[in-house]
Design a protein around this ligand. Structure first.
Ligand code: NDP
Ligand SMILES: O=C(O)C1=N[C@H](C(=O)O)C[C@H](O)C1
Length: 271
């Protein structure tokens, strides 16, 4: 931590939809300051003030393309970018022994193994969704899946804005993992993410995913437990990206005194 005892945070992908929200959240939060803002080489945002890009008065922090220098002078990084970038930032955060909060979704198994390796040196908090509501919903889904048993079919639907590039969403997968855990099965062995054409009848025990994309939808998720004669649906509606950003700042502050390791939002929120 810096001499003023304020956690120095770097926002990577500072011009992105979430990056701008993260800059605002850091500027508005107690206990942290914006130390640097990063975009990729050649980005039009380079040299611009991160506060101005986020719709705030200038913060005196110009966007750069030098994460190595930024991480060396920081306590943590907030990263909602893209899988390849996140894996690279994880290596740099591990070298700098700082906190790495990861909201990026669409990570492959190989990417996740690299994050696990980085977590031997960095304190990583990773979640497909940083909101309190979704993480509470995951705990409920785990409990309901364990209670209802396999005679209830589990289907998960999600809708996001037209610019989203990965599917199913990180949140849908998080909820699917919670449902699978409740049932005592591995998600990959029961996951059905596409249905098209003559699919045949639903296989007992499958967990299905349906993806919708359109407009400016921030993030809607439902987990449906469909039984014979009754259906239970647990839903979450995100109205503002700001809630993911405040969750990420909370995660960084929580992780600051922790030992190196891979943590989740459930750890942060003590769920
Ligand atoms: N966990 C959670 O709670 C949430 C997670 N997300 C996830 O966060 C991620 C980002 O979402 P969103 O903000 O909508 O996406 P955007 O595309 O708007 O923002 C991503 C930003 O990261 C930048 N970026 C990509 N690669 C690099 C790099 N190598 N170096 C520096 N900057 C880079 C992009 O630049 P460029 O445009 O040049 O590629 C862009 O500015 C997604 O994976 C999304 O699913 C989103 C909301 C909540
Ligand atoms: O890309 C988004 O926008 C979002 N991504 C996350 C996800 O993949 O679940 C979280 C949130 O729903 C918004």
């Amino acid at each position: 931590m810096s001499e003023t005892n304020s956690m120095r945070l770097v926002v990577v992908g500072a011009e992105g939809r979430m990056g701008r929200m993260l800059v605002r959240a850091v500027a508005e939060a107690e206990g942290c300051t914006l130390a640097a803002a990063i975009e990729r080489e050649g980005a039009s945002a380079l040299g611009h003030d991160a506060g101005t890009l986020a719709g705030l008065p200038p913060l005196g922090v110009a966007v750069t393309d030098d994460p190595l220098a930024a991480f060396a002078a920081a306590d943590g990084v907030l990263d909602f970018t893209a899988p390849a970038a996140t894996v690279h930032f994880a290596e740099l955060a591990a070298q700098a022994r700082i906190v790495h909060v990861i909201g990026t979704t669409g990570l492959s198994e190989d990417d996740l193994a690299k994050l696990k390796a980085a977590s031997y040196h960095a304190r990583i908090v990773r979640s497909g969704n940083m909101s309190l509501g979704v993480n509470l919903m995951a705990a409920l889904v785990r409990k309901v899946a364990a209670t209802l048993g396999a005679e209830f079919d589990i289907e998960i639907s999600e809708m996001h804005h037209r610019m989203k590039v990965d599917a199913p969403s990180g949140t849908a997968l998080l909820l699917g993992e919670a449902a699978a855990e409740g049932r005592g099965v591995d998600l990959p062995s029961v996951r059905v993410s596409t249905r098209d054409g003559h699919t045949g009848a639903r296989k007992p025990g499958d967990i299905g995913f349906a993806t919708l994309r359109g407009g400016s939808v921030v993030g809607d998720h439902s987990v449906i437990f469909a039984g014979a004669g009754e259906t239970l649906t647990i839903s979450h509606h995100a109205a503002d990206r700001g809630l993911f950003a405040t969750g990420a700042v909370k995660a960084a502050l929580w992780a600051q005194p922790k030992p190196p390791g891979l943590y989740s939002m459930a750890d942060v929120l003590d769920l």
